[in-house]
Design a protein around this ligand. Structure first.
Ligand SMILES: CCCCCCCC(=O)SCCNC(=O)CCNC(=O)[C@H](O)C(C)(C)COP(=O)(O)OP(=O)(O)OC[C@H]1O[C@@H](n2cnc3c(N)ncnc32)[C@H](O)[C@@H]1OP(=O)(O)O
Length: 187
């Protein structure tokens, strides 16, 4: 996932949320950030400086893999969601094309995972990102890290491929539609 030579740096959108501002959920039923998923991650991300974000995820008993430890797939999801939220800062809709995770330390249930993510390069529709998750505080040891390639898409990616039931409900929600259209790009 090395950006090609000549790839551009990320550009922060002039209307991006200010550093420190909570980004909020992009979709109430999102497993990563939505408040409407009882067993979801309820991840809360904040804008950082430049094209970077920070986030927190509290590992709950429903997120276990081995006894008392977070499931690796759940940790990958937390990293994926955090990197996906970088789209807010560029006003870009993007989906994960490739995700690579390194699991460095076990993460016990009850841990507040401190996540940080940034865009490393942009090449056309391709957005290269990386993220870390630390335990024991924002300066604690790295427990997980990831790199991901996101691909910019239009709203049609969701309307064409999503199940009708959920798409119709989302389209009936003016806030959801306004939010999506504001970010629409023409890749
Ligand atoms: C709204 C925000 C939600 C955020 C939630 C958190 C993030 C997520 O989990 S998103 C959900 C998981 N992801 C998905 O469901 C995506 C499923 N995949 C797809 O829909 C398609 O494969 C998609 C859109 C990524 C790419 O398809 P398409 O638009 O046809 O583009 P395509 O031409 O294949 O690829 C564009 C470029 O990216 C490259 N690329 C695409 N996928 C990959 C990959 N896995 N690895 C490396 N390169 C890739 C292609 O090689 C191509 O490069 P180039 O322009 O140099 O030829």
């Amino acid at each position: 996932m090395t950006p090609p030579p000549g790839a551009a740096g990320a550009v922060r959108h002039p209307d991006a949320p200010a550093p420190g501002e909570l980004l909020g959920s992009h979709y109430e039923k999102c497993f990563g950030c939505g408040g409407g998923q009882a067993h979801g991650l309820h991840l809360e991300a904040r804008a950082g400086e430049g094209v970077a974000v920070t986030a927190e995820f509290t590992v709950r008993p429903v997120h276990q893999g081995a006894p008392g430890l977070a499931h690796g797939g759940v940790l990958s999801t937390a990293l994926d969601e955090t990197m996906g939220s970088l789209g807010w800062l560029m006003h870009t809709i993007m989906v994960t094309g490739r995700l690579e995770t390194d699991f460095v330390r076990p993460v016990p249930v009850g841990t507040v995972l401190r996540l940080g993510a940034e865009v490393t390069a942009v090449d056309g529709r391709k957005v290269f990102t990386r993220a870390t998750g630390r335990i024991g505080g924002p300066d604690g040891p790295v427990a997980v890290r990831a790199e991901a390639l996101f691909i910019k898409v239009n709203v049609s990616h969701f309307t064409e491929h999503g199940r009708d039931e959920e798409i119709e409900a989302a389209m009936a929600d003016p806030d959801q539609v306004r939010r999506a259209r504001a970010f629409e790009v023409n890749p």
